[in-house]
Design a protein around this ligand. Structure first.
Ligand code: GDP
Ligand code: MG
Length: 150
């Protein structure tokens, strides 16, 4: 089973969207295997967003992601990496379709509520960056056979 890393950003936490966002992935049928509320250090922020370090928005992005608590999560399920990105919607919420989290709950690209890994390589990198192995809890949901044909 595939795993991805998702994080509810400080704007999502401040706006009271934690429950709504978690519910979306639960209702889809994905399985939560890691969850913590935390403050992000500058070091973690800079590593997480390392691919953007030369972009003009990088300093603002690091300031924003370290500005308040975030909810870090690992979700598991078939196709979860690509499908979580679809449920999240386009990076710029102005381009995000209605029905996506960013389409429904965000307006500005610098306040787009949630992060999701964009590839299997980044999912593995981000899970290892944000979580220790013993913080992840593998479990078999009782509803598995009602979500998966096999
Ligand atoms: P994501 O994978 O959809 O989150 O998008 P990216 O990896 O391209 O960018 C990471 C994050 O940087 C985005 O979620 C935005 O919060 C922020 N970001 C990206 N592009 C811009 C931009 O042009 N301006 C600003 N202010 N922030 C941006
Ligand atoms: Mg990205």
């Amino acid at each position: 089973m595939e795993r991805t890393f998702l994080a509810i950003k400080p704007d999502g936490v401040q706006r009271g969207l934690v429950g709504t966002i978690i519910q979306r992935f639960e209702q889809k049928g994905y399985t939560l295997v890691g969850l913590k509320l935390m403050r992000v250090s500058r070091e973690l922020a800079e590593q997480h967003y390392g691919e953007h370090k030369d972009k003009p928005f990088f300093p603002g992005l690091v300031n924003f992601i370290t500005s308040g608590p975030v909810v870090a999560m690992v979700w598991e399920g078939r196709g979860v990496i690509a499908n979580a990105r679809k449920l999240i919607g386009a990076t710029n919420p102005l381009n995000a379709e209605p029905g996506t989290l960013r389409g429904d709950f965000a307006v500005d690209v610098g306040r787009n509520v949630i992060h999701g890994s964009d590839s299997p390589e980044n999912a593995e990198r981000e899970i290892n960056l944000w979580f220790q192995t013993q913080e992840l809890v593998p479990w078999e949901p009782a509803l598995t056979s009602w979500v998966y044909e096999m």
